[in-house]
Design a binder for this molecule. Structure first.
Ligand SMILES: *[C@@H]1O[C@H](CO)[C@@H](O)[C@H](O)[C@H]1NC(C)=O
Ligand SMILES: *[C@@H]1O[C@H](CO)[C@@H](O)[C@H](O)[C@H]1NC(C)=O
Length: 208
């Protein structure tokens, strides 16, 4: 009786092993087909994604390190921030991949995070700037075509956490539909905080 149980156990283990080998074969078979065709990537017959090498259509416009992306889903615009010397820091594409424009971003040093606010009514693009140059340590609001609307922070001066609006390399920003602004500050070390700003004082700030 004990011997029969033992045989059963071996048989079940073998069956399990064969099943696992079969599964691995299915997965690796699909992977190698995908990597050969460069068309789509499938796992167990399910398509994960399809590579579209024609999107975006003008990859040569990327001249720096790409760092952040924000999308205006209402108007079909994709904003990409890049870093580098003497290059446009924000590139604008249509969601179908067509390149539209590069902003003149002489007021932007080193973009880190981006957020597209108020897409349904009056969209604007917010960018955090972690640069150590004369424009750094700020959060900036731009119109959809790149006009600087508002600057939060003290350009070129790293802050201490004593002042709510003096940042030390603010990293990311989120704007709630209520107008409240959340900022994580910062990447530099003097500040290490999450701050929340209410909309009213921010509304009254003008570009410096
Ligand atoms: C970008 O804007 C700055 C400041 O307004 C201006 O001095 C500069 O000539 C502009 N550059 C280009 C390429 O338009
Ligand atoms: C969005 O834009 C509308 C129209 O300008 C404005 O009334 C509203 O306050 C804006 N909302 C936020 C969160 O900025």
């Amino acid at each position: 009786m004990r011997r029969r149980n033992y045989c059963c156990l071996i048989a079940v283990t073998m069956a399990l092993l064969l099943f696992v080998m079969f599964l691995c074969g299915v997965i690796s078979g699909h992977t190698s087909v995908a990597s050969r065709s460069h068309a789509d990537f499938r796992v167990s017959g399910r398509a994960l994604y399809k590579l579209d090498i024609s999107w975006p259509r003008n990859p040569e416009v990327f001249t720096g390190q790409v760092f952040a992306v924000a999308v205006d889903h209402v108007r079909g615009r994709v904003y990409v921030a890049q870093r580098g010397e003497s290059i446009p820091k924000v590139l604008v594409f249509r969601t179908d991949g067509e390149f539209l424009q590069a902003w003149n971003t002489s007021s932007l040093d080193t973009p880190h995070g981006m957020f597209l606010a108020n897409a349904s009514a009056d969209p604007s693009l917010w960018v955090t700037d972690v640069g150590s140059g004369p424009f750094g340590h700020t959060v900036k609001q731009y119109s959809p075509d790149g006009k600087l609307l508002r600057v939060l922070g003290s350009p070129g001066r790293a802050g201490s956490s004593l002042s709510p609006l003096q940042f030390d390399q603010p990293a990311e920003i989120f704007i709630h539909s209520s107008g409240e602004i959340y900022i994580v500050d910062g990447d530099g070390g003097e500040n290490n905080r999450l701050i929340k700003l209410s909309p009213d004082p921010v509304k009254n700030m003008k570009p410096l």
